[in-house]
Ligand binder design. Structure first.
Ligand code: FPP
Length: 248
């Protein structure tokens, strides 16, 4: 697609009310690399480039919240070399891109339990959060050591603790307040979840938050995902009729 056609597609996207929050499962890095006879790590490295581009596009068109599944609680099962490479890429991203992200008014949030990461990685994460905490244009939520079930269990534990301490009455527990105990806190639920790489499942991503989310799947591997496909996902989202259980 040439520049002019891409611009046309972008204008189509901008004609309607954009989703406030888009979530992405960035899958297929390994298979992208394998197809090219490259090590899996090369796929992850290329995947960071796609992420960088999509963050830029979100800021440009005015998406307010972007949540990406960068490291799941299940990813620890991978060979040590791959895990440490993924964490190295994360540290590099947080170091190299921090000034640009900050300049572009992007606020970095982490969803997940980072206490299990090494101290070097935790330091880079803390720096990035601190530097960008006042930013308001785009909230970039990096789901790191994240699992949807553990997100819900964590919320239950914290709520139970408050009940036990007498700070909260059971009657006060409802869906909205429960939401505020999740990593997503008070950010809106994603209207659209994109999954690349050809699998059709949630894989423990945003279980509570995605109750009414439109799911959009593509066979394209994450490193090959691009601005054009991103716009097509949003245009498809516009076509669906969101009734939230109501009738039309
Ligand atoms: C899935 O591909 C992707 C991941 C497990 C990690 C996603 C990470 C990145 C895009 C880069 C690092 C992130 C940051 C924030 C710098 P896969 O390995 O499961 O691919 P496969 O299904 O083809 O094996």
């Amino acid at each position: 697609m040439n520049k002019k056609e891409l611009e046309k597609l972008k204008n189509e996207v901008l004609k309607r009310e954009l989703p406030k929050h888009i979530a992405i499962t960035m899958d297929g890095n390994g298979r992208w690399a394998k197809k090219r006879f490259l090590p899996r790590t090369a796929g992850h490295r290329e995947g960071v480039k796609t992420l960088r581009k999509i963050v830029e596009v979100c800021g440009d068109i005015g998406i307010k919240h972007l949540t990406v599944f960068a490291f799941s609680t299940e990813n620890w099962k991978r060979p040590d070399g791959e895990v440490s490479y993924l964490l190295k890429l994360l540290r590099e991203f947080l170091k190299k891109d921090l000034n640009t992200l900050h300049k572009n008014n992007v606020k970095i949030n982490i969803w997940g339990n980072i206490s299990e990461f090494d101290s070097g990685t935790r330091e880079e994460i803390k720096k990035a959060i601190k530097k960008t905490e006042g930013n308001t244009k785009l909230q970039l939520n990096l789901a790191l050591n994240y699992g949807g079930r553990s997100d819900i269990v964590k919320a239950c534990k914290n709520i139970s603790m408050k009940v036990k301490l007498g700070e909260l009455d059971i009657e006060q527990i409802n869906e909205d307040m429960f939401n505020s105990y999740l990593y997503s806190e008070n950010q809106p639920e994603p209207e659209l979840l994109i999954r690349t790489g050809g699998d059709y499942r949630l894989s423990n991503f945003l279980l509570y938050q995605s109750a009414y989310t439109e799911l959009w799947f593509t066979d394209v591997y994450w490193p090959a995902f691009n601005e054009e496909i991103f716009y097509r996902a949003i245009l498809d989202y516009y076509k669906v009729d969101r009734r939230f259980g109501d009738i039309q």
